[in-house]
Ligand binder design. Sequence first.
Ligand SMILES: Nc1nc2c(c(=O)[nH]1)N[C@H]1C(S)=C(S)[C@@H](COP(=O)(O)OP(=O)(O)OC[C@H]3O[C@@H](n4cnc5c(N)ncnc54)[C@H](O)[C@@H]3O)O[C@H]1N2
Ligand code: MOO
Ligand SMILES: [Mg+2]
Length: 428
Amino acid sequence: MLSVGDAEAIILNFVQPLDHQRDTEVVDLFAADSRILATPVTSPLDFPHWDNSAMDGYAVRYEDVQHSNAEQPAVLEIVEDIPAGYQPKSTIQTGQAARIFTGAVIPAGADTIVIQEKTRREENRVFILDAPKPQEFVRHKASFYQAGTQLLPAGIKLNSPEIAVLAAAQCPKLSVYRRPRVAIFSTGDELVTVDQPLQSGQIVDSNQYALAALVRQSGAEPLILGIVKDDPVALEKVITHAVAIADIVLSSGGVSVGDYDYVDTIIESLGAKIHIRAVAMRPGKPLTVATFPSRNAINPTDAMNRVSTNSPLYFGLPGNPAAVLVTFWRFVLPAIKKLSGITENWEPVFLKVRSHDELRSDGKRETYLWGKLHLINGVYQFHKAGGSHSSGNLINLAQTNALAVLPVGKTLIYPQEEIQVLQLSSGE
Ligand SMILES: Nc1nc2c(c(=O)[nH]1)N[C@H]1C(S)=C(S)[C@@H](COP(=O)(O)OP(=O)(O)OC[C@H]3O[C@@H](n4cnc5c(N)ncnc54)[C@H](O)[C@@H]3O)O[C@H]1N2
Ligand code: MOO
Ligand SMILES: [Mg+2]
């Protein structure tokens, strides 16, 4: 059976990032957080735009004050008051100074700022009580950024610092990658919606809710297609629709060996090539990964004109609720991130931490146990969730923020032993 590492490599190899020209949209800067920049940004502005003061104080000529001290202070005549936002009119001559405030333009002739605390004021004269360093507290024009050079590269995620930079550079609208479109549906005759009364043998379709939340958190757009019966005709209809509208299709259930597990047969009949049918992991063993022919070939005139020419990637996730979450975190999330146009940090993040608890596996498949990373004296420690780690148990997955990974062959981890964990919320 395929190893987890090999499965990951196969999957990521099939993911082509969105096109930086075709797959973009323009967004307002206030709506740009967490979007991926599609075009590099340059600015015609220098930062700072002009020499300005970093402090409230006095703009002086260094040569006038270099030997100044409290006993023998230089005494300068104040010729102008320069608040922020004001354009100075005078040129500072020998023996002169300007009163100046933080962020205000340095007047011609001055080259150094003396902070207010090192001066004494008497009417329109200022006594310099301590010699500054040459050019002290001057923020020089273009010392932070030079006009015309690259301000931000394409392929980065826009968080608060980048958005502030773009605002300062007067970019109210931006070209970002469109959100990847991820179609989601659940399969199973036993499934009912969250608001339907349960008959005997039925269960609520929780997978679709789990996947919609995961997809949205990943920055992609979930396209919710509902519950589909274990019926080849119904499945064929939904899958045909899903591959026509989405970049990635996620189904859950129907990928094992049961008589009603039709997903593999149907996608193959629709022209898909199946690359993965099972992975040596627990949970998540029956996992189908397939590619469909490029949409241009199968659907030349999409009415909405929303599709890209990429081949849709199909994930048939196993139906068990824990298996859905674990396979999403391990395989689907990196695929969505790589597709999104982001150029860095799309690989899963593994940390080396100590386990608080004993961990067990049968050693036959790479085993993922869910739990929480706790910060203890500034060091992360993994705490396994209490209760059953059956892939049918969803309840103790609540509050999970990490998965402990036991490699094939490892059957026992002692408390305080070092392990690898997959971190689930990096807060980036
Ligand atoms: N003979 C074998 N049986 C099974 C094997 C195997 O190798 N040989 N693998 C087991 C493993 S491991 C898993 S995981 C499951 C995967 O099964 P399917 O993908 O075919 O999923 P279903 O049979 O449709 O459902 C499995 C389970 O999950 C529940 N389920 C399904 N959909 C949902 C949903 N949307 N929300 C909540 N729960 C859902 C379903 O009711 C079943 O209990 O196969 C094992 N069997
Ligand atoms: O691999 Mo399955 O996901 O254990 O239940
Ligand atoms: Mg089944």
